[in-house]
Design a protein around this ligand. Structure first.
Ligand code: ZN
Length: 139
């Protein structure tokens, strides 16, 4: 990962072949003490794990795709929970037939390139576990 440009509170980050953006972004947030941020991603991927949250069962149903796809759009935020950074992101990806797959994003491995626009916020985004939904909600 390289920081390509930083302007005020926004940085453009470039991720390369084989890097898992979700994992590396967590490390970056830890290293730079990011307590609140929003981000978007475009680029290309060779492996994703996305999920659908089954509210009845209060659990995620994961699905992994191991094929080359466009990262059409990912949007998310970085906050804190129990003193550690936590990422919440959703994404849409298109395959060679232009079909899209989308959902709650768990893993995103770059193929050609991953371009992240990250804006740090003043203040903190904090999350805590919510019994009703079974999710870690913003508070
Ligand atoms: Zn989600």
């Amino acid at each position: 990962m390289q920081v390509i440009l930083t302007d005020a509170n926004t940085s453009i980050l470039r991720f390369d072949n084989g890097e898992d953006i979700m994992e590396r972004l967590l490390t970056y947030a830890e290293e730079h003490t990011i307590n609140g941020a929003v981000f978007s991603i475009i680029g290309a991927t060779k492996e994703i794990t996305i999920a659908y949250y089954n509210l009845q069962e209060k659990k995620y149903q994961d699905k992994t795709f191991t094929e080359d796809m466009e990262i059409v759009s990912v949007t998310g935020n970085i906050g804190r929970m129990d003193g550690k950074p936590i990422i919440h992101a959703h994404g849409v990806f298109s395959d060679s037939d232009y079909q899209t797959h989308g959902g709650h994003l768990k893993k995103l491995v770059v193929s050609a390139t991953g371009e992240v626009t990250l804006t740090s916020l003043r203040g903190e985004l904090n999350r805590s576990f919510d019994e009703t939904t079974g999710l870690n909600l913003l508070k």
